[in-house]
Design a protein around this ligand. Sequence first.
Ligand SMILES: Nc1nc2c(ncn2[C@@H]2O[C@H](COP(=O)(O)OP(=O)(O)O)[C@@H](O)[C@H]2O)c(=O)[nH]1
Ligand SMILES: [Mg+2]
Length: 487
Amino acid sequence: MTVRSLAAILIGLLVLLLMIALMMSADLLLSVWERLRQVGPWAPPIFAAVMVLFAGAGTLLGVRLLRGPARSAQPSPSVVDAESLRERIEHADERGVATGTAQAELRRLDQRKDSGEVYLAMFGGASAGKSSLIEALLPQHRLTAGVTLGTTRQISHYAGDRGGRPVQLADVPGFGHAATEDLIDAARDEAIRAHLVIYVADGDLDRNDGAELKRLAGYGKPVIVALNKSDQYTTDELAALSSRLAERSGADVAAVVTVSAGGEEQVLIQEGGGETLTTRRRPARVDALWQAIDRQLERQELEAERERSSLKLASEKLQRAEADQRAAAGQALTEKYARRAVIGALAAITPGSDLVIQAALATRFLRELGDLYEIPVREIEIDRFLTLAGDRLKKTTALVLAVTGNAFKAFPGIGTLTGGVIHAAAYGMIFDSLGRSICASLEERKSLDPVWAADQFEKRLDESVEEKALGYARLALTRWKAENRDD
Ligand SMILES: Nc1nc2c(ncn2[C@@H]2O[C@H](COP(=O)(O)OP(=O)(O)O)[C@@H](O)[C@H]2O)c(=O)[nH]1
Ligand SMILES: [Mg+2]
């Protein structure tokens, strides 16, 4: 028996089973309906409504499960409109957030829109041939392309014209090698601001390239991958390479084209018995790239896409500035409460007792941090966290006290200190770690997550003891001396 006939029999059986199931359910439905009608004329419609409700809820649940967690959990809103962003900036400005970068981004978008120019940004690894490619696309410009890696140190724009439309080509530093993180970030921002990105590669795409392309796709950026230095490959190699490139970049890019930007090379020329070294331009072939660019420039959505990604960029810059400000304010608050904890402990601690978090002070502290992050923290979360943190603290009490006691050795001539002073300094470190773990939870988890924050608390306590001990020891000692002067 062939596989085909076996499949045919199986399908036949399946159809038969389905038909039987259909008949049985029809029979069941009819009998239920009949009985419902006997109950009263109102019964069948109610029954039908309940069934529809169940089916609807089931479908909704299924769809939710398939789609995964709700998108709204993401910190950055995927669609930002200019008006609400301006409002957010204004509010942030009033709170003292450094909104300059976000505002500059909006201004730049307005300027670019007014100019009517189409912005194309080069992007890619160092020495892939970005600068050379601009020279090949716009021969009226001479750039400082070079053999040295990472020659391009800043973002420059080169004006041109394509089919009567003014264009600006942005040359950016490539990533890899000598490029600093700041330079790469500036290049990324420029790519996000552009209408269209030309991703230059001179060989296979590696993991770095993949990550950059994914990131650009996240902004909805149209990207053309230009496989450069095609003169270095045979026709077969080139075909294999570009199909691999297309496969690897997948849905993230609009097109893959092969080009030869040319660039310059040093050659030895034989002349009348002697040899001279001269610079020669390699021939450039960039027609395929221009055609791919033209196709993208024809797209209606180009302008709206540029606006969307630029606004998203501005919004992210605002978010970063807000986070920086929250972190600074959180730090200041932490220092304030750590001092209070030291002072409070000096008055209250009996020598030799365990470290116990000063609950009333800690509760007020955590509330204030919640207000700062504009995240409501509930009593129950605070209690739970303080309990967990207290348990972790028991494990480290000996260590914290030992390190603190040791720190006092830095102060000459203090002889024997009461355990109370050592305890007080330890409280400074505890509140320091409390503050930093809660700030981390509020920033990263967008809530006071008791278990997560308690883990952070323990880790930060371990990390900070050595470096912080001296500072809090000094504080405790100063206060203690001030209080005992009259004795
Ligand atoms: N063989 C060959 N070399 C090229 C080509 N395009 C650029 N180059 C060379 O690649 C090197 C780096 O070029 P450059 O434009 O500075 O790269 P960038 O760092 O991406 O801007 C230079 O030595 C260029 O001459 C090309 O199409 N073929
Ligand atoms: Mg360059």
